[in-house]
Design a protein around this ligand. Structure first.
Ligand code: GTP
Ligand code: MG
Length: 216
């Protein structure tokens, strides 16, 4: 549960989040080019972040459906923009990760181009959820993306992932460091969400936050 003293999320927000994800979540399509994106008829959010931070796993955890988004031990698993329709109220987009060196240069160039075109050109994109692996913290490649999002005024919110991998004290250090890093960034949403897909921590808060962006 969020800290009632500091979190702006109310009980009503948490309930709205629970209800949103208790409804139908359908895999819609994998887009490999801008032309194959669906019409922008609903508000959208996306999950961005380095390869292997747990974007696809978090989508599965939020929806309580193990195989909805393809997650994998192998970095570079997600190669397209994968669209999920949440109860005809919101599109959730699972993005390919960045910072993965082992893919071919031409593949990396293609994903990077597509992802950037999407992030900076999609009018219906309401917020980017930028996932950071709490074992590693914010890396240069994250800062690079954050810089571009700041410049283009695309709002992003940091989600720390895999908190189950760290001891409480270690996690708190990473949390504070991350908070400091985003404090002066113009497009960064001030609240950080701490999660573990494995232990299902922080999911209620994340659902609630996402529900504030969906159609009523
Ligand atoms: P790409 O598609 O390559 O960009 O990766 P991704 O960000 O979608 O990561 P994915 O969800 O495929 O997860 C990568 C690995 O991290 C998998 O082995 C997951 O099981 C593991 N993982 C994801 N979330 C958690 C978590 O909360 N805790 C732990 N312990 N492992 C996790
Ligand atoms: Mg993935």
């Amino acid at each position: 549960m969020p800290d009632e003293e500091t979190s702006p999320l109310t009980k009503r927000d948490l309930e709205a989040g629970r209800l949103l994800f208790a409804r139908d979540v359908i895999f819609m399509l994998s887009a490999v080019s801008l032309e194959t994106l669906p019409p922008a008829r609903l508000p959208e959010i996306c999950f961005a972040g380095r390869s292997n931070v747990g974007k696809s796993s978090l989508i599965n955890a939020l929806t309580n459906r193990k195989g909805l988004a393809r997650a994998s031990n192998t970095p570079g698993r997600t190669r397209e923009l994968n669209y999920f329709n949440v109860d005809e109220r919101l599109f959730v987009v699972d993005l390919p990760g960045y910072g993965y060196a082992k893919a071919s240069k031409s593949d990396i160039a293609r994903w990077t181009k597509l992802t950037r075109q999407f992030l900076f050109g999609r009018a219906s994109l309401r917020r980017v959820f930028l996932l950071i692996d709490s074992r590693h913290g914010i890396k240069d490649s994250d800062l690079e993306l954050m810089g571009m999002l700041d410049e283009t005024a695309v709002t992003y919110q940091i989600v720390l992932t895999k908190m189950d991998k760290l001891k409480k004290g270690e996690f708190e250090k990473v949390f504070l460091k991350t908070q400091k890093c985003i404090a002066k960034r113009p497009a960064a949403f001030p609240e950080i969400i701490s999660t573990s897909s494995e232990k299902k921590d922080g999911l209620a808060e994340l659902r609630a936050e996402i529900a504030t962006l969906a159609l009523p």
